[in-house]
Design a protein around this ligand. Structure first.
Ligand code: HEM
Length: 497
């Protein structure tokens, strides 16, 4: 009782005495009973340094190996690799209580209203999601299939010109997914496949996803944030203005187009024209669609590049997949039913999740329980997706690439080494109201692209095996780092008879 009274009286004074505050945080605070490295629990700096060095997924995986599934990683943040964290953190609680997105990571970008990804208020997010969801409905997806197929065919045409040599697949999958998201988003391709080059805007987008990590880290230190904003060079600000203007121009051009088109902006514009929209101005739409382009391009491209890289390192698995995709027609409906193709993609997203680290959520006022641990309101909670996906407590040979663990028989045959896998630990698109809205689009793109590429080409590892990418070595800021993935690309030979 004496300790409680003393604590209550001393807590408000602590910020003036950093040493006392650190002692309180480590030994008496509400998270002091949790396991974790002392230095990380005492100050946020080791976490932020690890993040900025791109080492966060490795460091968190190592901390979880040492301290278990629940680790205190800053004075006020706890990280989880127990699968029940997915629903405990991401599904709304009775009474509509949400663990909201942390305002440091998800605050709006300077000069723009928040879109869907960056909205932190659950009500604002739900309204925006309802607004955008017809663009991602099953009906919309059916209308989008021919658009996706046309770009995959264009990719095949371009790759045919390179066949017979070593080809780095990374830029090609990026050109593909940017052209698709441009067309599906605003009815306008970025022309990357045509020009074999990134559109200038895309380089800026890739830098933006890195900038989010630096800006978010600085937001924890208000003076540093103010200084950083003051130090941003005029060149970068100009690039940001041009970036927004480019999207505004695309949107205005699309608003002026007549007739029905299957693109996502078209769905939203249709609502606005019927007076049933949210009355978003061009800047609001620009914010929304910039996010869709960032979230929908790099992620899918990374998954495709990773799948090819993992397959060329295992000829047997590549053989099984090639036989499967060459055995029937290649449409969205047909590829949805191909068990090995789906298993390969599931396993790729487990081993190399394009979003390897999910920025934190905040426990609501009044507190909440995650994985059986009660946490006070305001505590930050996070899921290191890559570490969760590779936890040996959830998966047999968790570091290995085994599409077989996703085949239906693995879950029913007690003899299978993967029978006891906790498959629900792997959630590359996350769960709940903030689940990826583009999940079905992503699956359609990945299945059609993989099937058509492997139907057309024989793909093998480069002769110099040292060029093969090891995904567990890749750094990550918000997204997984890009490294060249060279493969030997040969046009498939049709044998007579
Ligand atoms: C393999 C491909 C993809 C993966 C692994 C992926 C993963 C994710 C994840 C983990 C989130 C949650 C991010 C967060 O809460 O911070 C997310 C959100 C989102 N994704 Fe995806 N994504 C993929 C493809 C796509 C595609 C193709 C689109 C659109 C064409 C898309 C659009 C979005 C949007 C708009 C959100 C925000 C949803 C919301 O907050 O309501 N994603 N995605």
């Amino acid at each position: 009782a004496l300790l409680t009274i003393t604590t209550q009286h001393l807590t408000p004074c602590l910020p003036q005495y950093p040493l006392l505050q650190t002692i309180y945080t480590l030994h008496f605070g509400p998270l002091s009973h949790l396991s974790g490295p002392r230095l990380w629990a005492a100050t946020r700096l080791p976490f932020l340094l690890s993040l900025m060095r791109g080492r966060i997924t490795h460091d968190l995986a190592a901390l979880h190996r040492r301290h278990g599934p629940i680790v205190r990683i800053t004075p006020d943040e706890v990280s989880f690799t127990d699968p029940s964290a997915w629903s405990d953190i991401l599904q709304p609680k009775p009474g509509g209580r949400h663990f909201t997105k942390h305002p440091s990571w998800y605050g709006p970008l300077p000069g723009l209203p928040p879109g869907l990804v960056l909205a932190t208020s659950p009500d604002q997010h739900a309204a925006m999601r309802r607004y955008l969801s017809p663009a991602f409905s099953a009906r919309a997806l059916r209308a989008q299939e021919p658009v996706i197929r046309a770009y995959v065919d264009l990719l095949l045409t371009r790759l045919r010109g390179l066949a017979g040599a070593e080809v780095d697949v990374v830029p090609w999958f990026n050109y593909l997914t940017f052209d698709i998201v441009g067309d599906l988003g605003f009815g306008r391709s970025f022309g990357c496949l045509e020009s074999s080059a990134y559109h200038a805007w895309i380089a800026l987008i890739l830098d933006t996803s890195k900038a989010i990590v630096f800006v978010g880290s600085a937001r924890f230190y208000p003076y540093l944030f103010a200084a950083l904003m003051w130090l941003v060079p005029e060149k970068a600000l100009k690039a940001q203005r041009e970036h927004t203007q480019y999207v505004v121009d695309c949107i205005e051009r699309r608003l002026g187009m007549e007739g029905e088109r299957p693109d996502m902006l078209g769905q939203v514009v249709g609502k606005e024209k019927k007076g049933k929209g949210k009355g978003l101005d061009v800047l609001g739409l620009s914010s929304l669609f910039q996010e869709v382009v960032i979230a929908g391009s790099e992620t899918t491209a990374m998954a495709l590049s990773a799948a090819v890289s993992l397959l060329v390192q295992d000829e047997e698995k590549m053989g099984v997949l090639v036989r499967e995709v060459r055995g029937g027609e290649i449409t969205a409906d047909a590829t949805r039913e191909l068990p090995y193709l789906n298993a390969v993609l599931q396993e790729t997203l487990r081993v190399a999740p394009p979003f390897p680290w999910l920025p934190s959520r905040v426990v609501p006022e009044g507190g909440g329980t995650v994985c059986g641990v009660w946490l006070p309101g305001g505590t930050a909670v996070s899921i290191p997706i890559a570490a969760m996906h590779k936890s040996p407590a959830s998966f047999h040979d968790s570091e290995g690439f085994h599409p077989e663990r996703w085949l239906p028989e693995a879950a029913t045959d007690p003899e299978s080494p993967f029978y006891n896998d906790k498959r629900n630990a792997s959630q590359p698109f996350i769960l709940g109201p903030r689940q990826c809205i583009g999940i079905n689009t992503a699956w359609m793109e990945m299945r059609l692209t993989m099937a058509k590429v492997l139907w057309t080409f024989d793909i093998a590892a480069p002769s110099d095996k040292s060029k093969l990418v090891k995904f567990d070595m890749l750094r990550s800021l918000m997204l997984l780092e890009k490294k060249p993935i060279p493969v030997m690309l040969k046009l498939r030979e049709f044998k007579n008879g």
